[in-house]
Design a protein around this ligand. Sequence first.
Ligand code: SAM
Ligand code: SF4
Ligand code: SF4
Length: 343
Amino acid sequence: MITSVSVLDVHQRPLRNLRLSVTDRCNLRCQYCMPEADYLWLPREDILQFEEVDRLVDQFLALGVDKVRLTGGEPLLRRDLPALVERLSAKAAIRDLAMTTNAVLLAQAAGDLKAAGLHRLSISLDTLQRDRFVKLARFDELPRVLAGIDAAADVFPGFKIDSVMIRGVNDDELIPLMEFARARGAEIRFIEYMDVGGATTWSGDQVVSRREMLDTLAAHYGPIAPLHEDSSAPADRFRLPDNTVFGIIASTTAPFCASCDRSRLTADGVWYLCLYAARGVDLRGPLRGGATDEALRDLITSVWHARTDRGAEARLGLRGRSPLIPVNTLRRDPHLEMHTRGG
Ligand code: SAM
Ligand code: SF4
Ligand code: SF4
C-alpha cells in the first residue's frame, strides 16, 4: 500500500488535479477549439487501454492527486467509458471524479455514468439558438444536447454548464444562458475565450472580459456579490441578488497560474504541465517499456519538481497577441491541439 505524498513544483504548487483525456476525437467542431473539418488523429494503437490508464492514475494518486476529470475530445465517444469510470470511482484516493462533455450522447449515457460512480458533470453549452449552434459547432446537434442536459438534471443535480463567450458570436446570450441554467438547477460558468492551440481564429477583440460580463449581468439583475472562497478552482464565483450562484473563468484577462495544480494526460499517455506548454512528457513509452511503478513515480515527481509553467500569465504581457500556434504547425503535431489536451 502506497501512502500519498505531496509533490510541489518550483512555485510551490502541488500536484493535485489531473485531467484525463480519453480520446482526441469529437462529434462537434466548435470554432474556438476544432475549427477545421478534419484533423490528424492520434494513432489508435497509441491510445492507452483502461488498464494502462488505471496504472498511471494510481501513480498520480500516490503523489497527491485527488481530483480527476475525464475529458477529450468528446469523452462519450470512448467505447465503454462507464467501465473506466467504475475503475476510477473504486479508488478511495479520488475525492472528486468529474467529467466534461458536450452532451450530444449524454441522454443514453447519464444513467450508466451515475451507476458507475461518476461524482460530477460539467456540460459545455454556448448557445440556445439552433441555427447559431450549427454555425458554432458545424453540426445540428442542439436538440440532442438539450436532451442530454435534461437527463443530467435528473441524475447529476447541481451539474455545471460551461459557456465560452465570444464577442459578436454569442455574447448576447449571457442572460438567456443564466436563466436556462438556473431553471435546471445547474450552476453556469462563463469562460473567457482563450488563445490556446486549436483556437486558430482567435483574436483579442473577440474576448469578452470578466469585467464586461459582470457589468452586463449587473445591469440586468442588480448588484452582484463575489463569493470569497479559498480554493485553487479556476472559476471566481458570484451571487445574484436572488442568491443564484454562477462562475466566471477569466483565464485570458486574469489567469490563475499562481495557484494552478492542474496537469493533463492525453489519450496516448503524454503528460502536459500547462495548457500552453510546447511539449509534454511521454509516459506511455516507459509504461509499455516495462517501467516499475516506482520508476514511473520517480519520473512524474522529477518532472513536477521542475515545473515552472505559467502559460496564460506569460501570454498576458504580449503585444499584438495572435493565436498561440499557427495552423500549419498544429497540422504537424496533434498534441498541440486543445481537443487532444482536453481543455
Ligand atoms: N468535448 C468536451 C466538451 O466540449 O465539453 C470536453 C473537451 S473540451 C476541449 C473542454 C472545454 O474546453 C470545453 O468546455 C470547451 O468549451 C473548452 N474550450 C475549448 N477551446 C476553448 C477556447 N479556445 N477558449 C476557452 N475554452 C475552450
Ligand atoms: Fe467542442 Fe469539446 Fe469537441 Fe472541442 S472537444 S470541438 S470544445 S465539443
Ligand atoms: Fe495552469 Fe498553464 Fe492554465 Fe496557467 S496557463 S492556469 S499554468 S494550465
